[in-house]
Design a protein around this ligand. Structure first.
Ligand code: UT7
Length: 328
């Protein structure tokens, strides 16, 4: 059977670096606290006027170049984001226009928060595998700096901006590319990580804006515990489903939320940290952009070779989770 494969990857991070020390002048925190509790040293922040779609375009162009394709080849665009340029229309349509994708290209956004790229990759591969689409662009992109409460030290130190992208197509070779996924969600935990106001159930009011209730709110400790459990289970499930032992995975690309979460999964899976790609120290948590940025950096650093098995594993608001097994 032919396979749905990743033909190229690309990523983009804004130039502006926001360090922990700078944050310690904005809220009551310290470089030591942020580093020891999360592993984050710095994060990137979009330039004034730089939008989610602008960042998505930069990452997508690099993925197209890597795949040796042009905008004209793409007939499907899936954008995973919780920070579209505006509530409507989809960021995908703005990216389509800026990139010059054909008007016959299907374009839509997908919201699965930090699991967004794994969900979007699965969606694109299924649509490509159906034979109705030929080449897809899958983008994970966030401008979280726009929805952070910069006065809330429990969240503002964690997040950053950036974009990652992959081009998906078919290969005649069997058993390559996306081998399988395991997606799910714990909707009963939705309130643990959310933006309470500004949606249709509770539109913003002057009072709610003054209280910054249109910004991210998170019960960090609870989310941490659920993230470790769900990511461990999603990883184990997909390995079991496909008869793969953990030690056959050459590289795990986990969602980059917290180094301690990644270390816990490394312990539970009994896989050394050398088999985990980590860049949370440089970017913080970029939600849907985190896995595709890491995937692109891992490929460009030569950490993924033909024949390798790679495991993606994510957890985020929803509370969504997802794992994906890829053979290169
Ligand atoms: O991407 C979606 C998934 N997201 C995640 O997976 C994030 C999951 N959660 C986490 O990564 C961690 O829970 C945090 C990094 C957010 C927090 O680490 P923690 O070890 O769970 O700390 P905590 O929330 O229990 O807070 C410990 C203390 C508290 O003070 P008290 O109550 O012990 O006096 C906080 O008020 O640290 C305090 N604190 C801070 N201190 C300095 C919280 N934030 C800060 C801060 N700087 N930025």
């Amino acid at each position: 059977m032919p396979s749905t494969v990743i033909l190229g990857t690309g990523s983009y991070a804004p130039d502006r670096v926001l360090t922990n020390d700078e944050l310690s002048h904005m809220v009551d925190t310290s470089d030591a606290w942020i580093r020891t509790r999360s592993g984050i040293r710095e994060r990137r922040i979009a330039a004034p006027g730089e939008s989610t779609s602008d960042m998505g375009v930069r990452a997508a162009q690099r993925a197209l170049d890597d795949a040796g394709l042009t905008a004209a080849d793409i007939d499907l665009l899936v954008v995973a984001t919780i920070t579209p340029d505006m509530p409507m229309p989809a960021a995908a349509c703005l990216i389509q226009h800026k990139l010059g994708l054909p008007t016959t290209c299907a374009c839509f956004d997908l919201n699965a928060a930090c699991s967004g790229f794994v969900y979007a990759l699965d969606t694109a591969c299924a649509m490509i595998g159906s034979g109705r689409y030929k080449k897809a662009l899958v983008i994970g992109v966030e401008k979280l700096s726009a929805i952070i409460d910069w006065q809330d030290r429990t969240t503002c130190v964690l997040f950053g901006d950036g974009a990652g992208a992959a081009v998906v197509g078919m290969s005649p070779a069997p058993n390559l590319g996306l081998i399988g996924t395991r997606l799910g969600s714990f909707g009963d935990g939705a309130e643990l990580l959310c933006i309470p106001r500004g949606g249709s159930s509770a539109p913003s009011t002057p009072e709610s804006i003054a209280a910054r209730d249109h910004c991210i709110r998170m019960k960090g400790k609870e989310v941490f515990k659920l993230a470790v459990r769900a990511m461990d289970e999603a990883a184990r499930d997909i390995l079991e489903q496909h008869g793969v032992r953990a030690d056959q995975i050459s590289l795990v690309i986990p969602h980059q939320a917290n180094l301690r979460i990644i270390e816990a999964i490394s312990q539970y899976l009994e896989l050394p940290m050398e088999r985990f790609f980590v860049n949370v120290d440089r970017y913080g948590n970029t939600s849907a952009a985190s896995i595709p940025i890491a995937l692109d950096e891992a490929r460009r650093a030569g950490r993924i070779k033909p024949g390798d098995l790679t495991l993606l594993v994510a957890f985020g608001a929803g509370l969504t989770y997802g794992s994906a097994l890829l053979r290169w």
